[in-house]
Design a protein around this ligand. Sequence first.
Ligand code: CP
Length: 299
Amino acid sequence: MTLTELKQRSLLGLKELDKEEIESILDRAAYWENHSSKVHQVSQGKFAANMFFENSTRTRFSFEVAEKRLGAEVINFSAAASSVEKGESIYDTVRTLESMGIDVGIIRLKPSGVLAELATSIKVPLINAGDGNNEHPTQALLDLYTMRKQFGSLKGLNVSIVGDILHSRVARSNLYALRKFGANVNFCAPSNMQAADLDAPYVSIDEAIKADVVMMLRVQLERHASGMLNSAESYRENYGLTVARAEKIAKHAIIMHPAPVNRNVEIDSELVEHPQSKIFPQMQNGVPIRMAVIERALG
Ligand code: CP
């Protein structure tokens, strides 16, 4: 296999991935979701390294479950328990694991853009598990999968993404992918959490909750300059999905959130497991999506 072919198996973002490729990942995820046995040996003898330089629960563990369900050998790397603590660079860390013979690297990084740079020098396929505020492609794939399962098609779907758009890699990946399928995406955010690099229109919260999909985003306090969020109460009042607002959403509409959730800030606690909420199904769908992505990377 040539280096170019190997690199085509990477998944760095959805902006550059064509619609057919995304569709084939969603279809393969449906295959895995409907497969009755839990463990398969399609990736037996392959080594997958989960390299998380930033904390994660859902992404990290669903990649691990996905890799194990495919029969791969799994290596879990956590920056806090590694030589990164002694000052080793991200590049040297990834090169170290590559030199040991891994077949795919799943990487989450805090700074945006480092992943793209790494991908120019690392030869094994790399999968973006969250890249600063740039992209989170497997999250958006599982979001699209959840919407497609609910509505059958993404074409013409009205999707509102509400919250901290500025710091959201989830909003970016969803916007890029949903538009390829003909969905209409609106954003809703306070002015200091709007993203100048994205061209989706901003609407009021009353308008946003009229959509087929109301996707709430976490207020990412860890990425904020000080003073961005005046008070959790006023954010909830102006931009949160409250119980009163949820009563106004359409009966066919769904509530989504990539999680982790700040309960009673961007979404009221009672709504997390509301009958129209897909928050836990989203997490469930993350496993077949990541199986499809890992399988594609390993060939
Ligand atoms: N949605 C998401 O990326 O969650 P984690 O940060 O827990 O992986």
